[in-house]
Design a protein around this ligand. Sequence first.
Ligand code: SF4
Ligand code: MG
Length: 322
Amino acid sequence: SNTLLKVDGLKKSFSIPDGMFGKKKMLKAVHDVSFHIPEGKTFSLVGESGCGKSTTGRLISRLLDPSEGEIWIDGEEISQRKEAQLKVMRKKVQMIFQDPYASLNPRMKVRDIIAEPLAIHTNLSRAERYQQVSEILEIVGLSEYHANRYAHEFSGGQRQRIGIARALILKPKLIIADEPVSALDVSIQAQILNLLKDLQSEFHLTYLFISHDLSVVEHISDHIGVMYLGTIVESGPKEVIFANPKHPYTKALLSSIPIPDPRLRRERIILQGDLPSPVNPPSGCRFHTRCPIAKDLCKTTEPAVHKDDGKGHMVACHFVEY
Ligand code: SF4
Ligand code: MG
């Protein structure tokens, strides 16, 4: 199938204040990220908060400007496009955010929140816009009852449905969902994830799914990329990542997922220390300060990416064995 999104060598540094006297230092939020997503599939970026996954999502949707690298969306390279040349791309790519409370305008009725992208991007009349809102409300499991009210009148799950309706109204091809269920109760999480899955098959959507929680992405993912300090340390098909993780960081993340069946439980790996600062990332392998199997080589030399080409499994570690 077609590649809907391809990211190659993506980098983003922010200049931030360094103490007094107006000095600056560079924060490397995204160090070197490459991956692609076939049309109609889901790629999940997973890692601790602060690892650069949200920044990656914001670079791809061009809410932020990349420092380096290429972003191909539906066959077009958009990394350096100016705002005036991003109009078509902005219709094709929509975001769903973590916090439906914060991303919905409290002074607008739900109908107008969902219709707003149509007002910005199309010449449809108000009646035509509202007609499309009615259709999309039904698709996400809401109704006219919701359209006439304000977002704050609804629960978190309903608000996320409103956010999803707004993201879908322009018939995008790529949805970037940044922690879309993290603010929701566990029972509601499953409903929203199922809705996203149904919408994907109905509208042939491609998803970039961002989460700190591997257990959340297990069901929805085709491919998974595990991020640590601005880089993807392991990526591969979902089944391979869950059944046969190779990178010590992935193993640690997986070991913290509660598994009810004691026969299937993994040995719990507790990582020492906090995520190091992306201003002064560790030398060599960026994970060496917390890696349970680090050796001297890891402190000095960045590991190459090993590819198990048969399965599309990639691991950046000196001591990986297939
Ligand atoms: Fe651990 Fe070394 Fe592999 Fe990095 S390269 S993950 S420090 S063993
Ligand atoms: Mg984030």
